[in-house]
Design a protein around this ligand. Structure first.
Ligand SMILES: [Zn+2]
Ligand SMILES: [Zn+2]
Length: 73
């Protein structure tokens, strides 16, 4: 992953981040709150998740292609 920081979430809408001062340096694969798989970008088109935290918390589908972020999760 080329990005040095980013935002992600799991299927239970637990928001996570990496690359920020108090956060892990790299994207991590599983949610620390529920053990679900973390999604850091769209699995279909690789678009980033919303950077607005309110939108990120509720987002489930990609804004660019409409894919379900958690399809098959
Ligand atoms: Zn979670
Ligand atoms: Zn997409």
């Amino acid at each position: 992953m080329a990005d040095t920081k980013g935002l992600g979430k799991c299927a239970e809408h637990h928001v996570g981040s990496y690359g920020y001062p108090t956060r892990p340096g790299e994207a991590y694969p599983f949610c620390p709150q529920c053990g679900g798989r973390m999604v850091w970008s769209c699995t279909e088109c690789d678009a980033g998740l919303p950077d607005d935290t309110t939108e990120l918390a509720t987002a489930r589908f990609c804004r660019q292609c409409g894919a379900d972020y958690f399809q098959g999760a």
